[in-house]
Design a protein around this ligand. Structure first.
Ligand code: TXA
Ligand code: MG
Length: 345
């Protein structure tokens, strides 16, 4: 299959909407990361998402809607959910809520649960596409299973080119890290995945968020919680200020060496989040044996960044049966030691 690159023009959006209504897969930009979109009411289209991603298991997917009214047709909302929606939508917050019996959604988007994750994205092209398409769109991050999320159309094509009908090219994602997932389907609001909206900011609106029940650890409610989920192919060492031979340094803040890639020289966590996946990719290249990451403060978006980094740093052996990790990378090829200049690109 040839993957079309559609420009984010009126024509491109119309063509993307037409493909989606015909049951095809189209990757599209959101403010967080690119989503791999399918008509959420079409089982075959939703199933095709899992195939394109090489996901060995059906994880539940986030359903995207243009506005609150469209969300209310799919899930049961209470006052707490409406307050979160009013405060954070459109935006990087995903709410897990009970499905309405008449939602019309494919059961596959819920992966057997009686809940659905929903969000209203804050990106003009995502909004235009959702309105043109007139259907709710199921969209996991637009990358193959175990690969890091894509924040521009080049990364989408590198991962999914030839497997999907089209990519709507809306440039670089502004937030650069996935949405925060909060389960508000039960009495306690539970933080399932830290993300683009810091937990503290949500807690300021609805009070303390609960942690997921550890008894659920064997079948986590949110696969985003699995230990190794966002991983480059080479080892990461975290909280270090100097690289070792063969490693590249991923800097943060003004103290980082000038030559190192820097998540944010200003020490701005939002800028760091936006750069995170692209910089991990940039360093995950032949000739670099590992990535040494400078400390990131554990506050606000820094918590989500550290969460991603810790998952990426978890050795593959700790992996259990995490479905989002695949084994076909094989052992790391031995590589030539680098001289100084090369390794700290
Ligand atoms: O920013 C984002 O959230 C991006 C963009 C494209 O919107 N999407 C994304 O989707 O990251 P995905 O599939 O990679 O992650 C969805 C997360 C997973 O951790 C999944 O387990 C959780 O949401 N999730 C989805 N439906 C759920 C449900 N019914 N109950 C619990 N967790 C759910
Ligand atoms: Mg993902």
């Amino acid at each position: 299959m040839d993957t079309q690159i559609l420009s984010a023009s009126a024509d491109g959006v119309a063509r993307a909407a037409e493909l989606l209504r015909a049951g095809e897969l189209v990757a599209f930009p959101t403010e967080t990361v690119y989503g791999l979109g399918a008509d959420a009411t079409n089982d075959a289209a939703v199933a095709a998402i899992f195939a394109a991603k090489d996901r060995p298991r059906f994880n539940p997917l986030i359903v995207h809607c243009p506005d609150l009214a469209a969300v209310e047709r799919l899930v049961e909302m209470d006052d707490r959910a409406r307050e979160l929606a009013a405060t954070f939508w459109p935006g990087a917050l995903t709410l897990v809520l009970r499905r309405r019996p008449d939602s019309g959604l494919s059961l596959l988007v819920s992966a057997g649960l009686d809940t659905v994750a929903v969000r209203v994205p804050d990106n003009p092209f995502a909004q235009a596409l959702l309105r043109a398409c007139g259907r709710p769109l199921a969209a996991p991050s637009a990358n193959r299973s175990s690969e890091i999320s894509a924040t521009n159309s080049v990364h989408v094509t590198a991962s999914l080119g030839g497997r999907i009908a089209a990519v709507l090219d809306g440039g670089q994602c502004r937030v650069g890290i996935e949405s925060t997932v909060v389960d508000v389907s039960g009495p306690a609001a539970v933080l399932l995945r830290p993300g683009g909206v810091p937990a503290e900011v949500i807690e300021a609106v609805i009070g303390p968020l609960a942690q997921p029940d550890p008894k659920d650890a064997a079948s986590p409610r949110s696969p985003g919680m699995l230990s190794r989920h966002y991983a480059p192919s080479i080892p990461l060492r975290l909280d270090v200020t100097e690289r070792e031979k063969g490693e590249a340094l991923l800097g943060f803040g003004p103290a980082a060496p000038k030559r190192a890639l820097n998540l944010s020289r200003k020490g701005d966590l939002q800028e760091a989040a936006a750069n995170l996946f692209a910089m991990m990719r940039a360093l995950d290249v032949p000739g670099i044996r590992g990535i040494a990451v400078m400390p990131i403060p554990e506050v606000g978006l820094g918590r989500a960044i550290n969460d991603r980094l810790r998952r990426a740093a978890t050795p593959a052996a700790d992996d259990g049966d995490d479905d989002d990790w695949h084994e076909d990378r094989g052992p790391a090829a031995p590589c030539r030691p680098l001289d100084d200049g090369e390794a700290s690109r």
